[in-house]
Design a protein around this ligand. Structure first.
Ligand code: FES
Length: 147
């Protein structure tokens, strides 16, 4: 592997395992011939990577300025309440992790929610976000945009 393959390699592991286990980081460092600290540095820099296991589904709620002023915080609070998410960010059933993020680069759609498969859903209200998560938990596919 070439050092330029670091991010794609981490993305592959993140996609397959749902997080980046320490052993996988060691293996990537060895395969690329780069220091482990460099791998960890990249893994902790980007929000798309997680070093801890998460729920089966990850819902990211944008709390950046454009989303905050249009109710992003209310969407976030409603999902925490609806899913009984604890301080660790995962619901009791380990099905859904809810994470706040700072700007998803889709401010025109504010407020925005990103579901497990990275699909963006814009124009969220607390009720729409609740419906979206219910669809996802039932295994129903929801096309990106507004549910
Ligand atoms: S502030 Fe929410 S997408 Fe940019």
């Amino acid at each position: 592997m070439h050092p330029g393959e670091l991010i794609p390699a981490l993305q592959r592991i993140q996609s397959e395992r749902g997080f980046l286990p320490p052993q996988a980081l060691h293996q990537v460092a060895r395969a690329l011939g780069i220091p482990l600290s460099q791998v960890v540095g990249v893994a902790t820099f980007y929000a798309q990577f997680s070093l801890k296991p998460k729920g089966q589904h990850v819902v990211r709620v944008c709390l950046g300025t454009a989303c905050h002023v249009r109710g992003g915080d209310k969407v976030f609070e409603e999902l925490l309440r609806f899913l009984s998410v604890g301080p660790e960010g995962t619901s009791p059933y380990q099905e859904v992790a809810v994470e706040p993020v700072r700007c998803l680069g889709a401010c025109a759609l504010a407020p925005v929610v990103v579901s497990i498969d990275g699909k963006y859903y814009g124009g969220m209200t607390p009720a729409k976000a609740r419906d979206l998560v219910q669809h996802v938990l039932r295994g129903e596919s929801v096309p990106p945009g507004s549910p």
